[in-house]
Design a binder for this molecule. Structure first.
Ligand code: ADP
Length: 165
């Protein structure tokens, strides 16, 4: 398409079940560095997500709709294959603790093996989000705790609805 040549795209893959403010923080930072960031919702039925792929995609879209160079897609494919199809040059992943490192390191090396041309970047979020993950958000919400500081408003609303069902 006109004007797309030379555009630097990065993909941000994950389960995002649901998206929280730590994910948004990473996406904002990376979207400043790259021309376009694509959230890639992994379908991954093995993980038995609380939200369907369609719901997770809608929640990401609504959470980042103020950032013009972010797109949201979903896939069942391998991340590097998806990246290739999108002509993305890199994958971004968040790094919270040393404990994240081992897993991310392994994934990055495997992805280099699968396609050495797609770089992996690991980014540290603001310290406010270091202890945040989707599992904790869901557990606290299920027990009626206040998660409003940790998730976009729309996510809080959908969690309330889910747990009332
Ligand atoms: P996974 O892909 O392991 O199922 P998520 O979908 O929750 O996990 O996360 C997608 C990406 O976002 C991963 O790189 C993960 O490290 C990162 N991430 C998760 N929580 C945070 C957080 N609080 N701050 C920054 N990055 C995070």
């Amino acid at each position: 398409m006109c004007g797309e040549k030379g555009m630097k795209k990065i993909i941000y893959p994950g389960t995002f079940d649901p998206i929280h403010n730590g994910h948004v923080d990473i996406a904002k930072r990376a979207s400043i560095i790259f021309d376009e960031l694509i959230f890639v919702i992994a379908e991954n039925p093995r993980k038995k997500p609380l939200f369907t792929t369609k719901e997770r995609k809608m929640l990401v879209e609504k959470s980042v709709n103020d950032i013009p160079n972010i797109k949201v897609k979903s896939t069942e494919k391998l991340v590097v294959e998806f990246a290739l199809g999108e002509t993305a040059v890199a994958i971004i992943r968040g790094l919270r603790h040393v404990s994240d490192f081992e897993f991310e390191f392994q994934m990055a090396l495997m992805n280099y093996h699968l396609n050495p041309d797609i770089s992996t970047m690991l980014m540290i979020p603001d310290e406010k989000y270091i202890h945040l993950n989707s599992t904790v958000v869901k557990e606290v919400a299920e027990l009626g705790g206040d998660i409003s500081h940790y998730v976009p408003k729309v996510v809080g609303e959908c969690l309330n609805i889910k747990f009332k069902q």
